[in-house]
Design a protein around this ligand. Structure first.
Ligand code: NAD
Ligand code: TYD
Length: 374
């Protein structure tokens, strides 16, 4: 079985490649990533020799229809998991257009290539959807013999639902109400994926996960940024009052959930992913300071580094996921709670300072220095 994993060199994509190749020793991954500032192919240098044989990397853009078509022509792609995206809300506020190109148009280009290759005159190569099954059976029952599972899995985000007040949770039925250009582009992509299912009967799933943290996260997102700044005694920029709430999930638990949905998710369905680990941003920042001080014995690493800065425009106040559906239908539940996960993450960043140095360079620094004054 060959899976096309886009965005394989980013934070969640690279964690997923490790997880998936270990979990499914008979399967292969074709990784597609154009290595933006957030993508780093060295993230995958820890694959074993055997795993490397089951992983092929293609440097390229998901918006390049010719390339995507060529990948489908040259490899028997049985499924796509689309992680590739521009993913940082602050960047989307400063420069929305690339978010629309990659996140919306790129998704549609992948969908089109998959549709073309999986669709045959007698029906879908993947016959898990009952309508398609009936269609294929009536036109050519022999097709069922050669049927292989195929699926388009779109990795989306809880941010498409907008913001919550002090109570309640996002369910799969919560109306889409994105606020940032990033979340609006992800919501748009979700609707295009849904349209390919509803119009063409294409086998798809959409997952909407809460905030991830763990190894290989680019240090522009809250947790790795705070770890890196604190270690260098740089100010810790907390937006507004810091009382905004996010629901944190350790990245490996997300990878496990994606695997569950890819294997057993009912076609056309959306699955929310989250583990009820809600924390205020200011709590996270203080926790990081406390753990780092304990681990390094550095007394200068204290709360005087915290700087409350101008709030993010349109800042969503609270996110919180209700994961009942994926738990009840697919049996997934998270195994790493926040207190354990944050220690593991901090240990990883302490042991991988060279990685941090190598990724914070060039384009990232230009953007950061231009847009953030602390
Ligand atoms: P990331 O920014 O770390 O990685 C994105 C990857 O996509 C990078 O390797 C980048 O090079 C690649 N990429 C970007 N544009 C591309 C293009 N046009 N063609 C090919 N590759 C391209 O992001 P992440 O945090 O790993 O997020 C992965 C996915 O998960 C995204 O779709 C994001 O919306 C979603 N998600 C993220 C979180 C989170 O907390 N990080 C939570 C829920 C959902
Ligand atoms: P982030 O990691 O950018 O994820 P998202 O915006 O997708 O939830 O931000 C997490 C929270 O932390 C969000 O409420 C914004 C806040 N934040 C800060 O207060 N300071 C920072 O420097 C960053 C990057 C984020």
């Amino acid at each position: 079985m060959n899976i096309l994993v886009t965005g394989c060199a980013g934070f969640i994509g690279s964690n997923f490649v490790y997880y998936y190749l270990r979990k499914h020793p008979e399967r292969k991954i074709i990784g597609l990533d154009n290595l933006t500032y957030a993508g780093n192919i060295d993230n995958l240098s820890g694959l074993t020799e055997e795993e490397k044989k089951r992983f092929s990397f293609i440097k390229g853009n998901i918006c390049d229809a010719e390339l995507v078509e060529q990948i489908f022509n040259e490899h028997e792609i049985d499924g796509i998991i689309n992680f590739a995206a521009e993913s940082h809300v602050d960047r989307s506020i400063h420069d929305p257009q690339i978010f629309l190109k990659t996140n919306i148009l790129g998704t549609q280009i992948l969908l089109d290539a998959a549709k073309k290759h999986w669709q045959s005159e007698s029906g879908w190569k993947c016959l898990e959807d009952s309508n398609n099954l009936a269609k294929a059976q009536s036109s050519n029952p022999a097709n069922l013999q050669s049927c292989k599972p195929a699926k388009f899995l779109q990795i989306s985000t809880d941010e498409v639902y907008g913001a919550l007040g002090a109570s309640g949770f996002f369910t799969e039925k919560t109306p889409l109400d994105p606020h940032s250009p990033y979340s609006a582009s992800k919501a748009s992509a979700d609707l295009i994926v849904k349209a390919y299912h509803d119009t063409f009967g294409m086998p798809v799933n959409i997952t909407r996960c809460s905030n991830n943290y763990g190894p290989y996260q680019f240090p522009e997102k809250l947790i790795p940024l705070m770890i890196n700044n604190a270690l260098n005694h740089k100010p810790l920029p907390v937006y507004g009052d810091g009382r905004q709430i996010r629901d944190w999930l350790y990245v490996e638990d997300h990878c496990k959930a994606i695997d569950f949905v890819f294997e057993n998710g009912k076609s056309g369905e959306v699955y929310n992913i989250g583990g009820h680990n809600e924390r205020e941003n200011i709590y996270i920042v203080k926790k990081i300071i406390e753990i780092l001080r304990e681990k390094t014995g550095d007394g200068e690493l204290n709360e005087s580094l915290i700087k409350h800065v101008t709030d993010r425009l349109g800042h969503d106040r609270r996110y919180g996921i209700d994961p009942t559906k994926i738990t009840q239908e697919l049996g997934w539940k998270p195994s790493i709670m926040f207190d354990e996960g944050i220690e593991m993450t901090i240990d990883w960043y302490l042991n991988n300072s060279e990685w941090v140095e190598s990724v914070i360079s060039g384009e990232y620094l230009v953007f950061y220095n231009k847009n953030y004054k602390i």
